[in-house]
Design a binder for this molecule. Structure first.
Ligand code: PA5
Length: 431
């Protein structure tokens, strides 16, 4: 079974006929993408990453194995597309409470995804006296946030290693020949991996930028690539507007946008998926938000945020639609206990699994939101594991590119990101 899309909860807002028609007329955008004739076509290398990355997996696993053997901690330094892909997969799969009696996984920490002094001070304090690895990721090799973090980490590592060479503890993931990081990696003889020229940051999760940290964290990148390949078959290699789920998702969201639904709220009922939402926001936000157009991508963790954002979703300005990451099978099992006193009156659900209650919450929330004027798309995920995450990420990437073409924008540039950088450099007095 693969990831699938269910748009039945949109049908009181748009009709099945309209969806079929939109998907049909959007095949032209599918052709543009696959034949690489659309805007930004020099950045479509990610389409073939399931096939390309499988060839790189052995080297990635080998380096990951060495990093895991020589230290217990790896700090990944990167921002945006050089951070969110691996963070989202690791967080989805990780135990959020470290269990000491289990085969403890290698600790993967992140730096350079912000410029907070407190954050980095606490990180450096934690790393004091410890031997650790650094995976420094930057396609351009010139991004401020990871560059500053890398300076701090390198200094800390030099101190901790007390005069021994640190280069075997550093791996660079960057451009094949441009940028400061490439120069440094060559000069210092760091192990290095390439982010291909034709793959932009937010589409790079299946390059070493995403795969190396995931492998270091102890997860099966080959399974992830296998999942992505399965989804490539269903989407990239399928021009049918009836069965290509990416074409259908892209069409539905554009139809809703045309009806004034300007915000898409991606929600999960599994807190581990929080960073999938963060990754998805970057993917869609940077790909579609330009030329005065685009659906604003937002995310929420439910049921948690039903106690904060829930009121707005149900009753606020009717400019929202919702996309639910709906997980069918949960990996653990926990039953709600019977309580003799039953003061809270919850004995009626005693003996049920927590996941069953969560599923009913999801079902009830969808019904409430639809009746409150919020169309809901469901993305059904059989279970959270490497394979289905690979499917999910590839599904979103191809859906996003198609959706941007339908909207009439270039999915692969991000001119708006430069504005803050210019101002910041100016204010800091960059020569
Ligand atoms: O999607 C993008 O291209 C950006 O979000 C980049 O990933 C981000 O700005 C980091 O850039 P770099 O990898 O060059 O440091």
């Amino acid at each position: 079974m693969n990831i699938s899309i269910d748009y039945t909860s949109c049908l009181s807002f748009i009709t099945a006929g309209e969806i079929a028609q939109k998907a049909g007329t959007s095949v032209i955008h599918y052709e543009e993408l696959i034949n690489r004739t659309g805007a930004g076509n020099t950045f479509t290398g990610w389409l073939n990453l399931p096939e390309e990355s499988v060839k790189k997996a052995e080297k990635i696993n080998k380096v990951a194995g060495r990093l895991r053997e020589q230290a217990d901690i790896t700090v990944v330094t990167g921002i945006g597309g050089s951070y969110l892909g691996s963070k989202s997969v690791i967080d989805s799969l990780d135990d959020f409470i470290q269990q000491d009696n289990k085969d403890r996984k290698h600790e993967v920490l992140f730096a350079g995804q912000n410029i907070s002094e407190d954050y980095h001070y606490k990180l450096m304090t934690y790393l004091e006296g410890k031997v650790f690895n650094i995976i420094v990721i930057s396609k351009s090799g010139t991004t401020t946030e990871p560059a500053i973090a890398f300076r701090l980490l390198k200094k800390q590592l030099e101190e901790n290693m007390q005069g021994r060479r640190i280069n075997k503890h550093i791996v660079a993931v960057t451009d094949s020949d441009k940028g400061a990081l490439r120069k440094l990696a060559d000069r210092e003889d760091y192990e290095s991996f390439i982010i291909p020229d034709d793959v932009g940051g937010r589409y790079s999760v299946l390059t070493p930028a995403g795969l190396l940290p995931i492998a270091v964290a102890g997860y099966d990148i080959e399974e992830m690539i296998r999942g992505a390949a399965e989804m490539a078959k269903e989407t990239r290699d399928n021009n049918s507007p009836e069965t290509n789920p990416a074409l259908i998702y892209a069409s539905v969201r554009n139809l809703l946008y045309d009806r004034g639904k300007f915000i898409e709220l991606l929600v999960n009922y599994e807190p581990g998926l929080h960073y999938i939402g963060e990754w998805w926001k970057q993917l869609f936000g940077e790909s579609e938000g330009k030329d005065g157009k685009g659906i604003f991508p937002a995310s929420a963790n439910l049921t948690t945020d039903l106690h904060s954002l829930g009121q707005y979703i149900q009753d606020g300005k009717r400019i929202l639609f919702e996309t639910v990451l709906s997980v069918s099978s949960i990996n653990s099992e926990l039953l709600i206990p019977h309580d003799e006193d039953n003061l809270d009156n919850f004995n009626y659900i005693a003996g049920k699994r927590l996941s069953e209650v969560n599923a009913r919450a999801e079902e009830g929330t969808i019904m409430a939101h639809v009746s409150g004027g919020v169309p809901v798309i469901k993305i059904k995920i059989p279970r959270i594991n490497e394979r289905y995450l690979g499917q999910l990420l590839y599904f979103f990437e191809i859906s996003c590119a198609l959706s941007a073409y339908i909207l009439g924008v270039n999915p692969f540039d991000q001119p708006g990101v430069e504005a803050y950088k210019k101002n910041m450099s100016g204010l800091l007095g960059k020569p």
